[in-house]
Structure formats: C-alpha cells, structure tokens
Design a protein around this ligand. Structure first.
Ligand code: HEC
Length: 124
C-alpha cells in the first residue's frame, strides 16, 4: 500500500521533471490545450478564461462577441507578439502544433460557456 503510493508519487514527479522545462511536444506527452492554457495563460486570464481581478483590462476569453472578431491566425499572432504593454509576447515559446491546440482550447472557452453547457447541454 505505502509503496504503491510512493511509487505513484515518484512517477508523477518524474513526469513533471521530464516535461517541465522541455518542449511541450513529444510522442509520450500529447499536446493538451487546457494544460498549456493553465500553465501559461491562467495567471492572468483565469482558469476559466474570464480573467483575474489582479490584472485590470485583461480580456474575457469566454466572451463570444469579442472572440468572434478574432480569426485563428490573429489569435496566434496575439500569443506570439503580445499586446503591449499588458499582454505578454510568448514569442517562440510554443511550436506551431502547440499554438494550434492552444488556440483551439481558447476558442472552446467562448464557444461553450460553462453556464450554458450546464443549463442547455443538448443545444448544438
Ligand atoms: C501577464 C498577464 C497575461 C498573460 C500571462 C496572458 N495574457 Fe492574454 N491578455 C492580457 C491582457 C492584459 C490582455 C488585454 C490586452 C489589451 O487589450 O490591451 C490580454 C488579451 C488577450 C487576448 C485578446 C487579444 C485581442 O486582440 O483582443 C487573447 C486572445 C489573449 N490575451 C490570449 C492569451 C493566451 C492564449 C495566453 C497564454 C498563452 C495569454 N493571453 C497570457 C494579459 C495576459
């Protein structure tokens, strides 16, 4: 029992160490837009994309009216170039593939707001 817990803990630690600082791509570590978002964006945009109060003027990424103005290539551009002075530029932090899944995840935040998903799960 104890050793199982310990082994699980060590495995998780090894995974964190293996993945932590290296490139987010790799066959054993599939790209996950949500993970990327939580790692890089949530400290300002919040875990749900609505933005944290500590960052004034941060964009609410769940607001469909704002997000539908931005094409996917514009989203990628914003992430790469930032929006000075407050939205940081991520430059080459993300590979093209990583940007792709990250943008898809950011899109999903406004496509299906949590409240609506809970209230009307059947709506297409
Ligand atoms: C240091 C805080 C911070 C971090 C980290 C951050 N953002 Fe932002 N982001 C902002 C702020 C502030 C704005 C509003 C900028 C403005 O309109 O001038 C913004 C705006 C945006 C916009 C809207 C751009 C537009 O043209 O309206 C998008 C999309 C966005 N961020 C995505 C992301 C993504 C994706 C990440 C993670 C890769 C991220 N942000 C990380 C602070 C941050």
């Amino acid at each position: 029992m104890r050793s199982t817990v310990l082994r699980t803990a060590l495995t998780s630690l090894a995974l964190v160490l293996a993945g932590g600082c290296s490139s987010p791509t790799g066959p054993e570590r599939p790209l996950d837009g949500k993970t990327l978002f939580l790692q890089h964006c949530a400290r300002c945009h919040g875990t749900d994309g609505r933005g944290v109060p500590e960052v004034p003027g941060v964009r609410d990424l769940t607001d469909a009216r704002v997000m539908e103005q931005l094409r996917n290539d514009q989203l990628k551009m914003v992430i790469r170039m930032g929006k000075p002075p407050r939205m940081p530029a991520f430059g080459n932090e993300f590979t093209d593939a990583a940007l792709e899944v990250l943008v898809a995840y950011v899109r999903s935040l406004s496509a299906q707001p949590d409240a609506e998903r809970e209230l009307a799960p059947a709506t297409p």
